[in-house]
Design a protein around this ligand. Structure first.
Ligand code: 5AD
Ligand code: SF4
Length: 450
């Protein structure tokens, strides 16, 4: 078997598979960029790969199982292609470290969430020494910061931009503080530079990423808040649209709420995880927010920005959740009427406080509650989509639609997907679309001639 390292002129294939959140998507882009510097070309066909990078997620039990089964399927590929190097990064890698190498003997390298910057150097070491390696530094490797220039050029119309990493909130069910470490923010100038470069390269919309973006700025030398950062992006860059995720309700200030009315490029959508409608459950989750406090923030948001779309996360079956607690969650859904919802059945995660809580909910009861909640929300989501029919929405055209033949796809400022007939030249433009069709996950419409 020929080793591509011995033929440096030939292109080497990198196959990337990403599980989990947008933070992982962003890190996968960084990996592609860093390995492109070493001559790797990203391939869509895993059979063409010389290196496979698996970016893993451990936020819920189901996500982690998917990672383990995918890793298992790679054994046969490695048997047929011995020079293939398989790397695991992301949260499962951070959590299990060298144990992952013990469990999968065809895995060559494990790289922690704070070691992404060293991936090239590590890969070369593995290739040259033939040894298997785990790299899990407590501090960011190769300097404490992310480097915006590593991300570019980004080929698409929308791009993620990490503004902070880690979390200090310690919600009792959540593994994130253990696998992503303590909260740390990127300096504002670096973020602004990255967004300007993305803008110049054709990106129209940025998604600002962090586990808890509202606390952006804490611990930085400069005196800056998330609101200051949003306003600076709005005035100092030409980017057409700004989104952000995720925010914590306890840190949602009036100043931030006002931005939805005052920062023109800020999209009219907020993802604000509530997790439960029961104050008893919220207290045991350590959320630092009551259901009434959450509702109050929703009212203020809607007062300031009536057209805002709201989405949220819910966990059902948290330890000790009674039928009454669950009904409180259903009542909250009825009161808020979210535009969309991400809901999950609780799962124990290693190291978290709730893993040792008593009164675990019977999995069948939790599954029944999840189904009930999801079918109720599906009705609300569809009703909200149907109410869009007849309106005219500004849509940022992202590219050809995957599902509808010959159509383009884009999103409204409220983050609704819209499919419609339009020329390829419309990609990257913000166009008016008259909404004529509504489904559970998308809308259809007719472009309005400029
Ligand atoms: N079990 C179930 N859902 C969880 N989430 C986080 N941790 C768990 C867990 N242990 C959900 C929360 C969070 C989303 C990203 O994942 O709803 O907001
Ligand atoms: Fe996890 Fe809570 Fe931090 Fe979100 S705010 S990442 S749920 S600990």
């Amino acid at each position: 078997m020929s080793d591509p390292l011995l033929h440096p002129g030939s292109p080497r294939g990198l196959y990337v598979r990403t599980f989990g959140c947008q933070m992982n998507e962003y890190d996968s882009l960084r990996v592609q960029r860093l390995l492109a510097n070493l001559g790797y070309v990203t391939v869509n066909d895993i059979g063409q790969a010389d290196v496979i990078f698996l970016n893993t997620c451990s936020v819920r039990g189901k996500a982690e199982q998917k990672v383990h089964s995918f890793l298992g399927t790679l054994r046969r590929l490695k048997d047929t292609k011995p020079h293939l190097k398989i790397i695991a990064g992301g949260c499962v890698a951070q959590q299990l470290g060298a144990k992952l190498l013990d469990r999968f003997d065809h895995l060559d390298m494990v790289i922690g969430t704070r070691a992404v910057n060293s991936i090239g150097r590590m890969l070369q070491q593995v290739q040259e020494s033939g040894r298997r390696l785990a790299c899990l530094p407590d501090e960011e490797s190769d300097g404490p910061r992310l480097d915006g220039r590593q991300i570019l050029p980004h080929p698409s119309i929308t791009a993620p931009v990490t503004i902070m990493q880690g979390c200090n909130n310690y919600c009792t069910y959540c593994i994130v503080p253990y696998v992503r470490g303590p909260e740390r923010s990127r300096p504002a100038d670096e973020i602004l530079e990255e967004i300007r470069l993305l803008d110049e390269s054709g990106v129209r919309e940025v998604l600002l990423l962090g586990q808890n973006v509202n606390s952006y700025g804490r611990g930085l030398d400069e005196n800056i808040t998330f609101v200051d950062l949003l306003r600076r992006i709005g005035t100092e860059t030409g980017i057409a649209r700004i989104r952000f995720t995720t925010s914590h309700p306890k840190d949602l200030t009036d100043e931030l709420i006002r931005c939805f009315a005052e920062v023109d490029s800020l999209c009219k959508h907020l993802h604000l995880p509530v997790q439960s409608g029961s104050d008893l459950v919220l207290a045991r989750m350590n959320r630092g927010c009551t259901a009434a406090g959450y509702m109050e923030k929703i009212s203020r948001l809607r007062r300031i920005c009536p057209e805002i779309a709201l989405t949220s996360d819910i966990i059902v079956g948290f330890p000790g959740e009674t039928e009454h607690d669950f009904q409180k969650t259903m009542e909250l859904l009825e009161q808020v009427r979210f535009d969309n919802l991400f809901s999950f059945r609780y799962s124990d995660r290693p190291n978290t406080r709730s893993a040792s809580f008593p009164d675990k909910v019977d999995p069948e009861v939790a599954s029944r509650r999840l189904l009930e909640l999801q079918s109720f929300q599906a009705e609300i989501t569809l009703a909200k989509n149907l109410a869009e029919i007849g309106s005219t929405r500004l849509v940022l055209v992202e590219g050809p639609s995957r599902t509808s033949n010959g159509q383009m796809t884009g999103r409204t400022t409220q983050n609704r997907i819209v499919n419609f007939q339009a020329p390829l030249s419309s990609v990257g433009q913000i166009v008016g679309v008259k909404i004529t069709l509504a489904y559970s996950h998308s809308l259809g419409g007719d472009i309005i001639p400029a």
